[in-house]
Write a protein that binds this ligand. Structure first.
Ligand SMILES: N[C@@H](CCC(=O)N[C@@H](CS)C(=O)NCC(=O)O)C(=O)O
Length: 222
């Protein structure tokens, strides 16, 4: 059975940096599902037009096409119930939902303010034009201004990361003794940022780097 995942790539296609795609790569590994990863660039909207929208991840699981990481995670949970649960016991699921909201409304913006200009540098020329236009429109700020304010943005990021560090000093994973989709979501965010950052973002061998390595080792990605 074929299983394809459209995955955001830089000009160098070995660089895969979408936080939402990382979540799903870990979720697929969690469910023991092999897949083929298809590199995709921001401006290749035609390549995923069959999904009826213009963003990745897009999963093609045999004859099923699913877009949006949350929809894909829920599809995997329902379709592959015999593998380990992505969300844990039903009463614990709202906590994963909190982690998703916190990641997307607090952690992603904090990371974006540090690495947005770095992402631009890694893209194909067509994607660079598109990225500048869309991101400068969204943030109402020139990409160069992000680089100028990197020191303040890094200090703000470090404050944002504090609760995560404190938690992971006390327990191996956000979900407890083994990772689940809560870990996948936060891992995706940090993986995105460390992959594209022109400077080290996390303390070498610090708690977050050790946790990221442990997540990767769990799924044989290290
Ligand atoms: N809510 C979507 C968000 C997906 C998303 O924003 N993907 C980005 C890559 S990280 C994308 O494809 N962006 C295309 C664009 O900006 O045109 C999900 O959870 O999958």
């Amino acid at each position: 059975m074929s299983r394809l995942l459209y995955d955001l790539a830089a000009a160098d296609e070995s660089i895969r940096f979408s936080p939402f795609c990382w979540r799903i790569k870990l979720a697929l590994a969690h469910k023991n599902l092999a897949f083929e990863s298809i590199p995709w660039h921001f401006t290749e909207k035609d390549k995923i037009a069959f999904s009826g929208q213009g963003k990745v991840p897009v999963l093609v699981d045999a004859d099923r096409v699913i877009s949006d990481s949350q929809a894909i995670a829920e599809y995997l949970e329902i379709t592959y119930p015999n593998e380990a649960s992505l969300f844990g016991e039903p009463p614990a699921r709202p906590l994963v939902s909190f982690i998703k909201t916190w990641t997307e409304t607090v952690l992603h913006p904090a990371l974006a303010h540090v690495v947005l200009a770095d992402i631009h540098a890694l893209l194909t020329p067509e994607d660079q034009t598109y990225f500048r236009q869309t991101r400068e429109g969204y943030y109402k700020r020139r990409l160069e201004d992000f680089a100028v304010h990197r020191t303040e943005a890094t200090a703000a990021l470090n404050s944002t990361l504090k609760p995560l560090k404190t938690t992971l000093e006390k327990q191996p994973f956000l979900a407890g003794l083994a990772p689940n989709y809560a870990d996948h979501i936060v891992f995706g965010a940090l993986k995105w940022a460390v992959t594209v950052s022109s400077t080290p973002l996390l303390e070498a061998n610090g708690v977050l780097e050790r946790w990221m390595n442990a997540v990767e080792e769990t799924y044989g990605l290290a």
